[in-house]
Write a protein that binds this ligand. Structure first.
Ligand SMILES: [Zn+2]
Length: 70
């Protein structure tokens, strides 16, 4: 699959050239305009949303059910 986003300057298609993983839910993707007379390169951010899992993981196996707010 080719990932494209229209160039903001000339409207030609921009093609994803490089992908850099920032975290488990965040990627930076570099695009390059396919029009050689424009040649604009731009960076986009792809963020997964929501970042948390539907069922929160327990931390360290310690039960939190006996914590009360005073
Ligand atoms: Zn362009």
């Amino acid at each position: 699959m080719r990932f494209t986003i229209a160039c903001p300057h000339c409207g030609a298609r921009g093609i994803a050239r490089a992908m850099e993983k920032e975290s488990d839910t965040l990627w930076m993707i570099d695009f390059q305009c396919d029009d050689v007379t424009c040649g604009h390169t731009y960076r986009t951010r792809l963020e997964m949303f929501p970042p948390e899992t539907p069922i929160p993981r327990r931390e360290g196996g310690v039960s939190r059910q006996f914590q009360f707010l005073v």
